[in-house]
Design a protein around this ligand. Structure first.
Ligand code: MRU
Length: 345
């Protein structure tokens, strides 16, 4: 059962509006670059690979309103669109990776007529979407080899079909293990403050008939102390050269408790999530979001008026706490600095 998170529909981008899940499965058609920017900013489309795909299609929406035959003017306008889309969310490097791919195409083919370039850009965005489908399945093949019968796995946030084109990174591993008829269970952390685990991961896994149990985030250490978790699988938003990994806030807590309980902690991410320009987690920009996300639960106020709030959307898991990375190139074990470079080249 495929979930089409994001699709190109001739003149618009159709996304699942994830803020409506799990109560309603509603689609949103974005016809302009501004509406896709807003959809990314407001997490209507979210998850690192999906944000990258949305960014690429954002460029397509933006060029619809460029009316020039001058390829230099066209290139300048494309650069502006790309810079604008890059302001939507700062942490997931997949967004910048996809935007750069679009920009490079224009640079490489600057001698072509603008109308031809426009067609090439559409092709490139569709290619990015289709590649994601293939890459997620390749990662899932590698990752599912780590799941044994009777395993109980834990995950946080949503690194599933909803965070990619249609299959997922960490959850893709579960989907493939199920296709291989492995018998296993999953615990999903609810993922405060925006509840991607409760709203999205449990919805997806249930839809795929994977046995899933929802927990409050602060239950993970207790579960592990009871010996009830065998492996942890999470996604990533940006991985630095040394393997430090930015992912949804709370991931680092999970990695520390996993380490303490000797539970292997796996990060599942495509090569587009590795940022070899950044030496360590210290160089990763962390998005900070609005106070209301913490002081309200959905629209209900749960804290005193005017309370001060600290709301980073991501944290950085130090590479020492990561057992291995699962990418489309294979499973990458420590030492990460050397092995990441080697696997990705
Ligand atoms: O703020 P979000 O919902 O976009 O955060 C998403 C995550 O942190 C995911 O774990 C990450 O992007 C990997 S998705 C395959």
């Amino acid at each position: 059962m495929a979930i089409a998170t994001i699709e190109w529909k001739k003149d618009c981008v159709r996304i699942i509006d994830q803020t409506k899940l799990p109560l309603k499965l509603e689609y949103l058609d974005c016809h302009e670059v501004k509406s896709i920017w807003k959809a990314i900013k407001e997490l209507k489309v979210r998850g690192a690979p999906a944000i990258g795909i949305a960014g690429a299609f954002g460029v397509i929406l933006g060029i619809k309103s460029i009316h020039t035959n001058d390829s230099r003017v066209f290139r300048e306008k494309v650069d502006k669109i790309i810079a604008y889309l890059g302001t939507s969310r700062p942490t997931a490097v997949n967004l910048f990776w996809a935007l750069e791919r679009m920009r490079q195409l224009v640079v490489l083919h600057h001698e072509l007529a603008v109308s031809v370039l426009k067609r090439l850009l559409i092709k490139e965005a569709v290619k990015i979407l289709n590649e994601d489908k293939t890459i997620c399945r390749m990662m899932a093949d590698f990752g599912s080899s780590l799941i044994n019968d009777n395993d109980t796995c834990l995950t946080i946030c949503n690194a599933g079909a909803l965070a990619t084109a249609d299959y997922g990174t960490a959850l893709g591993v579960f989907y493939r293990a199920k296709e291989k008829e492995r018998n296993f269970k999953v615990f999903a952390c609810e993922t405060r403050p925006l509840l991607q685990g409760a709203r999205l991961t449990s919805w997806e896994l249930k839809k795929h008939k994977i046995e899933v149990t929802l927990i409050a985030d602060n239950t993970a250490a207790y579960l592990m102390s009871e010996g009830k978790i065998d492996k942890v699988f999470v996604g990533a938003d940006r991985i630095s050269r040394n393997g430090d990994t930015a992912n949804k806030i709370g991931t680092f807590n999970l990695a520390i408790v996993s380490h303490y309980h000797r539970v292997p902690f796996y990060v599942v991410a495509p090569s587009s999530t590795f940022d070899l320009n950044v030496a360590s987690g210290k160089g990763i920009a962390i998005e900070h979001r609005h106070a209301d996300e913490v002081s309200r639960l959905q629209s209900q106020k749960i804290a005193p008026q005017g309370i001060s709030v600290y709301n980073p959307a991501f944290d950085v898991t130090a590479h020492e706490f990561i057992h291995a990375f699962i990418s489309e190139k294979g499973i990458i074990y420590p030492p990460f600095e050397r092995n990441i470079q080697h696997a990705l080249k």
